[in-house]
Design a protein around this ligand. Structure first.
Ligand SMILES: Cc1cc2nc3c(=O)[nH]c(=O)nc-3n(C[C@H](O)[C@H](O)[C@H](O)COP(=O)(O)OP(=O)(O)OC[C@H]3O[C@@H](n4cnc5c(N)ncnc54)[C@H](O)[C@@H]3O)c2cc1C
Length: 363
């Protein structure tokens, strides 16, 4: 049986970020039959704790904002570009506007004021928005990143830092040992379970704590002459959320559906139809775009939408359950795991994500 100081199971944005940062301290093996794919490959790329927030999820907002603060350094270390134009949030009907008022009031009560704008003012800020939009918000601080560019840079940075990529699949994690699908195993000082929606099967404590949440998403290409959005545009359309995230060049990412459908990743006609129809009501110009890709991915849902970040038992850590915010939370997750592996305290905002809130853990 081979030995590695630290084994990271899963090479999406979370596992890659952890492996890259940990490799500065210890030899790291990253186990994944298909690294840099998973939900991380599919995602929209918003780094948006403020527009994702909701009353009752204050711990997630704190965690997200603490990670957003780390993003500029994390991106600079990787050589990845960030979009800093901010987010406009649009409401179509009166009920949608009332939902945005709840969000704006909630943020104001936390001292995080956002600009409330009438439809006309919103269109002035983002001319691609159509006349049906009634009102909205402008959130300057949210960022966005090209997730696929990020993954390419993470793979390179991890390899340069000395991470060993092992394309085998893990089946079960014990303290000091990882069982593999080919019947062999790897001994390790510490194992980090970072296998996204698949993490629930890798340790008995995670059974039913992490579940797949399907999301469909489209990629569009601007054709000559279209009026392309400059900002990330999020909207509520008769209570259904939809978003458009511009990329450098002519790409626009349009997401995303959300279903509880097990491990199904087939893109459905209904999902694509709803996304296009809702998005067109907000940004009419998308009818002139080319449709270049449809995809579905599996978010790793947790019971309370906070990730599971911490020790399950001596030598076994979990970093999973990042649900809709795995890209946003990658920098703070990597910093937290690096601290915990070194026996140091993680950032304070991470304490709310300790898996001990759901299951007995051993230290
Ligand atoms: C449609 C959609 C849009 C999204 N948009 C955003 C967004 O705008 N902003 C944001 O912050 N987040 C977004 N998310 C969420 C984000 O994509 C996830 O939270 C994030 O990618 C989770 O990363 P991960 O590394 O935990 O999981 P994944 O990226 O799913 O990676 C898990 C990895 O584990 C590997 N693996 C699985 N089982 C095993 C095993 N047994 N052994 C070894 N390896 C294994 C897989 O091959 C995979 O590479 C979105 C998600 C979806 C689906």
């Amino acid at each position: 049986m081979s030995y590695s100081g630290t084994v990271v199971v899963g090479g999406g944005v979370i596992g890659l970020s952890i492996a890259w940062r940990l490799a500065a301290d210890t030899p790291v093996t990253l186990l994944d039959p298909a690294p840099a794919r998973g939900a991380s490959w599919v995602a929209g790329g918003m780094l948006a704790p403020v527009t994702e927030s909701w009353p009752g999820e204050e711990d997630l907002l704190e965690l997200g904002c603490a990670s957003l603060d780390r993003w500029p350094d994390y991106a600079a270390d990787l050589g990845v570009e960030l979009r800093t134009d901010g987010t406009v949030v649009a409401a179509l009907d009166a009920a949608d506007a009332a939902q945005l008022d709840i969000l704006a009031d909630h943020l104001a009560s936390l001292g995080r004021a956002v600009d409330r704008l009438a439809g006309r003012d919103l269109r002035q800020r983002e001319p691609a928005i159509g006349p049906s939009v009634r009102s909205g918000l402008f959130v300057p601080g949210d960022l966005a990143v090209d997730n696929r560019e990020l993954l390419r840079h993470l793979m390179d940075a991890a390899a340069r830092a000395g991470v060993t990529f092992d394309r085998r699949r893990a089946t079960l994690v014990h303290p000091g040992e990882v069982e593999l699908a080919d019947g062999s195993g790897i001994r390790s000082g510490t194992t980090v379970i970072a296998a996204g929606a698949w993490s629930g099967g890798l340790h008995p404590a995670l059974d039913r704590l992490v579940r797949p949440v399907k999301g469909e998403i489209l990629r569009l290409r601007a054709r000559p002459g279209v009026l392309a959005p400059r900002h990330t545009v999020r909207a509520l359309v008769e209570s259904r959320p939809v978003y458009l995230v511009p990329r450098a060049g002519d790409e626009l990412v349009l997401g995303a559906t959300q279903y509880e459908a097990g491990f199904d990743t087939e893109v459905t006609v209904g999902g694509v139809r709803d996304l296009l129809a809702d998005a067109e009501r907000v940004v009419p110009g998308i009818a002139e775009y080319g449709l270049t890709e449809t995809a579905a991915g599996l978010r790793a849902g947790s019971r309370d939408n906070l990730p599971l970040l911490g020790m399950l038992e001596p030598g076994v850590l979990v970093a999973a359950g990042h649900h809709r915010n795995g890209l946003l939370l990658a920098p703070i997750t990597a910093d937290a795991v690096r601290a915990m592996v070194a026996g140091e305290d993680p950032p304070a905002e991470v304490l709310a994500a300790d898996p001990a809130r759901h299951v007995p853990t051993r230290r």
